[in-house]
Ligand binder design. Structure first.
Ligand SMILES: [Zn+2]
Length: 423
């Protein structure tokens, strides 16, 4: 397949963060030429703002089925009376449909790669493969029985899952011990062994709430990040979701280990976790920061444009300093920073990179006049501006139409799943 994007503004996100006017030519899975291109192509798009696809680094994909179910409740009550009882009823078919819906929402709002963590991750991986979504699929490890299997089967099944997917082109297996409050030290160590044996990433929740920090401290005598470090999980292949309640010392530890902090500002605010991921401190220590939406039950969207905007706003407001987090820095978190951390040959529009790109219509009322494109992308654009999405060189959505999925069927099945899950 070949795709040519003509007469467009190209936000390259290359080393110089250059913005150029011109064309992008894609052949097979790669960006072949950027600049002034005159060739024939299977698909030709015109007058776009082209940028690297956004990378959503923290999701629980099937939770789209729980979107809007039990909002505006205190966290404990929300989990115990709404989320957990419904999750207990989840079966394979629900996971498949919730995941499809998540991919459709993510693609339609400009995401080309996600880093997930949930039960039934093998079903999620299969859905990613058939949809064409680039997906880091985190097999959840937890010390309780899950809707999918008994607790004692999780570690061996995780290893099988990693073996099964490790050589796939677009789906990468990840070991995902849920957190230090739901995984014992033994579980953390065993999860780490699997990750080490197959050289995979680790994805774990860390210091999301103050209660979590003190529960872990009371139980083990150390804070969540200390637990993670103590059992060998704090490395350059570790992704720490949230970090809303970490100390300045922990910021330094994370930077030193070259781990990645995944900031989920919308979910944190909606669940009222109270803490602020210390972005300015992490940035001054040159720690890797990426962005995530978290699951649709606690966001309630998977729109990374919204997450970018909230990322900038929450810290400006909190620190009384409008210059503390800049639009370019936020766009970097959602693209090139995440790609570099993942060792993924994407995240920028350059010759030889994987063709994971998104287009916005250049002529849109909220994107004119064009004083500053980067500012527009972070503060003015929304997922609704996204018109076309290419992942690994494949056209997944063109002119807002999905190329390979029956949309109506997914909506119908999602409504049916809702009826089954919530009586
Ligand atoms: Zn989460």
């Amino acid at each position: 397949m070949s795709i040519l994007v003509k007469d467009s503004i190209i936000v390259t996100q290359n080393a110089d963060r250059k913005i150029i006017e011109g064309d992008v030519y894609i052949e097979d899975d790669k960006i072949v030429e950027v600049g002034s291109v005159s060739v024939e192509a299977d698909f030709v798009l015109k007058n776009k703002i082209v940028l690297p696809g956004l990378i959503n680094m923290h999701t629980h994909l099937p939770m789209t089925l729980l979107r809007g179910y039990g909002d505006d409740l205190p966290l404990e009550e929300w989990l115990t009376t709404r989320i957990w009882p419904v999750e207990a009823k989840l079966r394979e078919k629900h996971i498949a449909i919730g995941t499809k819906l998540a991919f459709m929402e993510m693609v339609s709002t400009g995401t080309t790669c996600c880093n997930d963590m949930y039960f039934f991750e093998d079903i999620i991986a299969k859905e990613a493969k058939s949809f064409g979504m680039r997906c880091y699929a985190g097999f959840s490890i937890i010390d309780f029985d899950t809707p999918e299997m008994k607790a004692e089967h999780l570690l061996p099944e995780c290893e099988k899952f990693v073996k099964k997917w490790k050589d796939d082109e677009i789906v990468k297996p990840v070991v995902a011990p849920h957190s230090t409050y739901t995984c014992s030290p033994e579980t953390l160590e065993k999860a780490n062994e699997i990750a080490g044996k197959y050289d995979t990433f680790i994805h774990i929740h860390c210091s999301e709430t103050r209660k979590e920090v003190y529960d872990v401290l009371n139980r083990y005598g150390s804070r969540p990040l200390e637990q993670i470090k103590k059992y060998g999980l704090l490395t350059g292949k570790t992704m720490l979701a949230h970090c809303g309640w970490i100390t300045k010392g922990e910021v330094k530890e994370i930077a030193k280990a070259k781990a990645c902090v995944i900031h989920n500002p919308v979910s944190n605010m909606k669940l009222a976790t109270g803490g602020y991921t210390p972005l300015p401190e992490l940035m001054s220590e040159k720690a890797c920061i990426a962005l995530g939406t978290d699951g649709a039950a606690s966001n309630n969207k998977l729109d990374m444009f919204e997450t970018m905007k909230f990322t900038a706003l929450i810290h400006k407001h909190h620190r009384w300093d409008a210059s503390i987090v800049k639009a370019q820095e936020v766009l970097d978190m959602a693209t090139i920073n995440a790609a570099e951390f993942l060792g993924l040959n994407a995240g920028s529009i350059e010759e030889g990179k994987f063709a994971d790109i998104i287009c916005l219509d250049k002529i849109s009322p909220n994107l004119i006049p064009r004083h500053n494109i980067i500012s527009h992308l972070v503060y003015a654009a929304s997922g609704f501006n996204v018109s076309d999405v290419v992942i690994n060189g494949k056209a997944i959505m063109l002119d807002k139409k999905f190329m390979n999925i029956n949309e109506e069927k997914v909506y119908e099945e999602a409504e049916e799943a809702k009826e089954e899950l919530i009586e």
